[in-house]
Write a protein that binds this ligand. Structure first.
Ligand SMILES: NC(=O)c1ccc[n+]([C@@H]2O[C@H](COP(=O)([O-])OP(=O)(O)OC[C@H]3O[C@@H](n4cnc5c(N)ncnc54)[C@H](O)[C@@H]3O)[C@@H](O)[C@H]2O)c1
Length: 285
């Protein structure tokens, strides 16, 4: 009797192993055909880029358009817009403060109306106000948290259904080398950029099962209007030029191709990752 039940259990176990092998094989097959299907270019994709009127965001908008992407560029109503000739027809613009209550729904609605959906979301708008651990005001702290952290979270949450429908959604958050390091007189900025690292990893975990990848850019020192006041100080610029092994700060156009890469199928298996674009500065003590 006992031998018979053991035999029955053994045969049930064998059936279980066979079915597991079959489903693993079919998962591998599905994986292969997915990869074939994912070998597409970025052409025809639809991207939302916040902070798209200036600096790194503007360069990302231009690089995406050059790759055949249609873009909704989002920026403050006070932003001054300009872009290279020939790009205009593939760029829709939305003037809104990303920290406003209705920004997430307004951005999603504009993306649907103007682009027909969202495949790529780039949370790039950011602010930096200097201030130390003993001097940063409540107002500066709150603005930096609101723009750099809360807005990307809220906009992403609203965009998830569209990224899910896309079937291959991608989120790219703009962090910084300050997502890992810290510098003087920048406690709020450092805090927000560390938050971008954690938030992106959490997004990758929660949204991966929906087919959505989430990664973050980690630029070093980049010449943009945000950094201009600091770069104008010869001591600050000299510090970076000495620290950066390549000997110079970056241009926004040197950051944008990484946002193209992360949105593309070349990065199909990269999620939860931060990519440093810092000329080697992080490793130079
Ligand atoms: N410049 C650098 O050295 C550097 C380095 C690392 C990371 N970053 C990050 O790159 C991102 C882009 O910065 P940048 O250097 O291109 O600066 P930038 O000032 O040129 O561009 C930032 C854009 O965000 C917009 N923006 C700010 N607040 C907004 C709001 N509330 N609503 C809508 N739009 C808003 C601004 O109007 C501006 O167009 C930021 O997240 C920044 O923290 C910059």
């Amino acid at each position: 009797m006992r031998a018979f039940s053991e035999l029955r259990e053994a045969s049930a176990h064998a059936r279980f192993l066979t079915s597991r092998r079959t489903s693993a094989q079919s998962r591998r097959t599905v994986g292969r055909s997915d990869i074939t299907q994912q070998n597409e270019t970025l052409s025809g994709k639809r991207a939302v880029v916040t902070g798209g009127a200036s600096g790194i965001g503007k360069a990302i908008v231009e690089a995406y358009v050059a790759a055949g992407v249609t873009v909704l560029a989002v920026d403050l109503p006070t932003a001054s817009w300009s872009s290279s000739d020939g790009l205009e027809r593939n760029v829709a613009r939305l003037a809104i403060d990303v920290t406003s209550d209705d920004a997430p729904t307004a951005i999603a609605a504009a993306a649907v109306a103007q682009l027909g959906g969202i495949d790529v979301l780039v949370n790039n708008a950011g602010v930096m106000r200097p201030g130390g651990a003993d001097s940063t005001s409540d107002a500066d702290w709150q603005v930096m948290l609101a723009v750099n952290v809360t807005a990307p979270f809220r906009i992403t949450r609203e965009a998830v259904p569209y990224l899910k429908v896309s079937g291959n959604g991608r989120i790219i958050n703009t962090g910084s080398i300050m997502s890992e390091l810290a510098g003087p007189a920048s406690i709020a900025y450092v805090t927000t950029k560390h938050a971008i690292a954690g938030m992106t990893k959490a997004m990758a975990i929660d949204l991966g099962p929906l087919g959505i990848r989430a990664n973050f850019l980690q630029p070093g020192a980049v010449e943009t209007p945000l950094s201009a006041p600091h770069m104008a100080d010869p001591q600050y610029l000299g510090f970076w030029e000495r620290k950066i092994p390549l000997g110079r700060v970056a241009q926004p156009e040197e950051i944008a191709p990484v946002a193209v890469f992360l949105a593309s199928d070349a990065a199909a298996y990269i999620s939860g990752e931060g990519l440093r674009i810092d000329g080697g500065a992080t490793y130079n003590i």
